[in-house]
Design a protein around this ligand. Structure first.
Ligand code: 89Y
Length: 342
């Protein structure tokens, strides 16, 4: 076997713990260091996951460690400075979604990596969820004919701020944290977007940002795709946070319901229904089992690129198009206008 790729993780919060568990599913990599300004948190994850070296600042880590890549799982404002440092150090970079807080910063991150000749990926995992992959396959196989309209819904009452209290402090919450996933999913299913119209709402008084967004995407293919995201909803069937979908084509429709149930209806052929459960990982939090399994699939896709086997889907360059939608959605909501993509 080839020597494992050496990597370091930045960030030792709630999400890093699970993402490190996901990395441990792959023996082609070796996690040699972790860095967080809060050294106690870094020490805790290091001892839980047997990570040999712990740092509380990035400059020391880049000076001391010889790395193939880094995985940045830290706060949003820290993403850009860390990506720039990694590019300077000549190591490939994976960065957690959302890439950064404004489009120019995102573009700068893509550019600096390109200039340094390092690969740049965004850890954007929702498109890798088993039921979403299944629905995409059904579309690609022509099962519903030519798609013309879709609704992607992630509306939840899940107490997301208990595990991720920093989300309550974001000026921009619902589209930047969650909408980014569903907008990326729309691109994954239907390709590039031509224009966007969005309205946001703030229901929960205890958080800083908005917590509801309703967005209509007109895809370049002509598909109208409605994306609704909310953490202010109370839905009686909800068991864990998940995306529901209704995808309509000229020859049929696909419905993704609660708990990974897919129903395919084809013109003149009736309906069939089955459950597309994700793989089970013992370390996954049961409430996040669907998402955590997609973390593994996302990593697998990026790792194949790092190993030179295939091009990853969620490159920085590709994710710029998703980030553009996030910023356009906020601008559309602020101006109450339909906005065109570049
Ligand atoms: O932070 C978010 C993510 O990436 O997936 C779900 C989440 O944890 C809360 O919206």
């Amino acid at each position: 076997m080839n020597t494992p790729l050496k990597f370091a993780v930045f960030g030792a919060g709630f999400w890093a713990n699970y993402q490190i568990s996901a990395w441990k599913e792959f023996d082609q990599v070796s996690l040699v260091a972790i860095c967080d300004p809060d050294q106690d948190k870094a020490n805790q994850l290091a001892s839980k996951h047997n990570i040999p070296n712990v740092y509380n600042n990035a400059a020391d880590l880049f000076r001391e460690e010889s790395l193939d890549f880094v995985d940045i799982i830290s706060s949003i404002p820290s993403h850009a400075p860390l990506v720039h440092q990694a590019a300077k150090a000549g190591v490939h970079v994976i960065c957690q979604k959302p890439m950064a807080e404004d489009f120019d910063t995102c573009q700068g991150m893509v550019d600096v990596c390109k200039e340094a000749g390092v690969k740049f990926f965004i850890h954007e995992n929702f498109r890798f969820q088993t039921p979403i992959r299944t629905c995409k396959t059904l579309i690609d196989e022509g099962k519903i004919g030519t798609p013309f309209k879709a609704r992607l819904t992630f509306c939840s009452g899940f107490p997301v701020f208990d595990n991720q209290p920093a989300l309550a402090e974001l000026d921009w919450f619902i589209l930047s944290d969650l909408g980014v996933h569903i907008l990326d999913m729309a691109r994954y299913l239907f390709g590039d977007v031509a224009s966007i119209y969005c309205q946001t709402q703030k229901i929960n008084p205890a958080i800083r940002g908005e917590d509801v967004a309703n967005t209509l995407l007109t895809m370049k293919s002509g598909v109208n795709c409605f994306v609704e995201v909310s953490y202010a909803s109370q839905l009686e069937q909800e068991t864990f946070p998940q995306t529901l979908m209704l995808l309509e084509g000229d020859k049929g429709s696909i419905r993704l319901d609660f708990n990974h149930r897919i129903s395919l209806t084809q013109k003149g052929q009736g309906s069939e229904s089955w459950v597309a459960d994700p793989p089970h990982y013992p370390w996954a939090d049961p409430d996040y089992a669907l998402i955590h399994s997609s973390v593994v699939a996302c990593i697998e896709n990026i790792l194949a690129d790092l190993l030179g086997k295939e091009k990853a889907e969620t490159t920085g360059e590709d994710n710029l198009k998703t980030m553009e939608l996030v910023f356009l959605a906020y601008a559309s909501a602020a101006s109450n206008t339909v906005l065109k993509t570049r």
